[in-house]
Design a protein around this ligand. Structure first.
Ligand SMILES: [Zn+2]
Length: 96
């Protein structure tokens, strides 16, 4: 699989490390269950999935990837500062 680092361009997936689902964090007062779900539970959905990756063998930057879990293809990538504009929904609409 080829991943697009927003800073370095296309690179082999071996240069990258998956970090976690890029779900929005709960508010500080959301409660123990909301934080437990955020830290430990994954949705594992089929289709467009928003994830946090790090280019560990390159620039070491963290960035957001929208990946199709059914085909394992990368739909979109953005630096963290630009990531709020990319969601699983908008990325899925872009490929249709
Ligand atoms: Zn990079």
């Amino acid at each position: 699989m080829i991943l697009l680092c927003p800073h370095c361009g296309n690179r082999d997936h071996a240069e990258f490390s998956y970090r976690r689902e890029a779900a929005p964090a709960p508010t500080i007062d959301a409660g123990e269950k909301a934080w437990f779900d955020y830290i430990y539970l994954r949705r594992n959905e089929k289709g467009a999935h928003r994830e946090l990756w790090q280019h560990t063998a390159g620039c070491r930057a963290y960035f957001v990837v929208v990946r199709d879990t059914a085909t394992n293809s990368m739909i979109a990538a953005a630096a963290l500062a630009e990531a709020p504009a990319i969601t699983a929904t908008t990325a899925a609409q872009a490929v249709q």
